[in-house]
Design a protein around this ligand. Sequence first.
Ligand code: DGL
Length: 269
Amino acid sequence: MDPSQNKPIGVIDSGVGGISVLKCIRAHLPHENLIYVADSKFAPYGEKSNEEITHRVLTVFDFLNKQEVKSVVVACNTATAASIQIVRNKFNYPIIGMEPAVKPASLISKNKVVGVLATSGTLLSAKFSALLEHHGNDIHFITQPCFGLVELVETGDLESPALTILLKKYIDPLLKEDIDTLVLGCTHYSFIKSAIQNLIPDHIKIVETGDAVANYLKHVLIEKHLINQNTALGTIDFWTNSLDQNADNVIARLWGGDLRGFHYKGLWI
Ligand code: DGL
């Protein structure tokens, strides 16, 4: 047996958004030990420069490398766009990134009008332009940067009137364009999916990427013989650098009901 199989998998984000992806990973790979790192003190990443984001991402990788991870999922569209190539060049274990689900949306949409909600960093990135160019030929994509949403989710606000007002401001222009598919291109937005659903007609399909990323991670681990052979449920360590007194409650609430294997570790830096 390859001893690497027992090593943990790192999952990182600018904050708590990647917990939406972590849940999918747990569902697909229940026997893996997972380490989640939220860089909440430096969230949001969405309006930072590529250099700043890369510096933060490398700091998080440094922390994970000390724990000898066998793979890392960058559960953040913005960080992936800014720095995935840099970390892949630097470290020689599998590193999985995220990108807005433009391809699946282009296949699902019937009227070929698709809305994309994401951070400005993601939407302005070269990676996103290339993605649209590749998959968006016959599709009219309407992109909407959503300033302020990540900050609200970070505080655990998933449904306040302030959140609804902000969401309406971003979604109404997309409804006017008659979108029939809506891409959630930021992992934080998965946690406000219900609030989004309340503002759009039933026929509009919402597309996310967490499940596909978890599935892809599993595929890569199998291919590289890195699957943990344990039959017991894996552990999940949560690290954050949030200085908010309520950070542990927000994390536990976003993680949801099943606390088996859940360990809140607190400050990582
Ligand atoms: N969860 C990150 C993403 O998927 C949020 C980025 C941010 O911190 O602005 O893009």
